[in-house]
Design a binder for this molecule. Structure first.
Ligand SMILES: [Zn+2]
Length: 155
């Protein structure tokens, strides 16, 4: 588009291409909101949803991933293993609240999966296994949460 065709206080309508006033909110030619397109992008950019998708400023998803990964890698290390996993996950989650959510989410998911899976095959064993898993994962999560709070606070 040739720049010299429009003056300082004019712009091209992003919808129909008509020359309109720069401070116009709605194009008088096609009626499309001129301000809509850039402001919508900025609004999306500002939401935490966008941030979590792109990993800017931490996300619960990243925190969960790191906690699961480090919990598996450091399973042989009692107390300190989940503490490190929680700390790193909490930092990746980007905050104390996100860190706690990231620490509890996998535990709840694992306990539900174990209860449901074994519950379908053998209801009584499933219930016992579910409860045992809940306790084991719960203890692990408690340490994870402590690590996540420290990690989240220093994120
Ligand atoms: Zn227009």
């Amino acid at each position: 588009m040739p720049e010299n065709d429009i003056s300082e206080d004019e712009q091209y309508c992003p919808s129909c291409g008509e020359i309109i006033k720069r401070n116009a909110v709605i194009c008088p030619e096609c009626g499309v909101s001129v301000e809509e397109i850039p402001s919508m992008e900025e609004r999306v950019r500002d939401t935490s949803e966008y941030k979590s998708r792109n990993g800017n400023g931490g996300s619960i998803g990243a925190g969960v991933g790191w906690m699961i990964l480090l919990s598996i890698l450091l399973f042989w290390l009692p107390i300190l293993g989940p503490l490190i996993a929680g700390f790193v996950g909490g930092r990746k989650a980007g905050g104390v609240v996100n860190g706690i959510l990231a620490a509890l989410l996998p535990a709840i998911i694992i306990a539900v999966i174990v209860s449901v899976t074994f519950g379908l095959i053998a209801p009584i064993i499933g219930a016992i296994l579910g409860a045992v898993t809940m306790v084991v994962v719960g203890v692990q999560s408690l340490i994870l949460v402590i690590g996540a709070v420290i990690g989240g606070a220093t994120a």
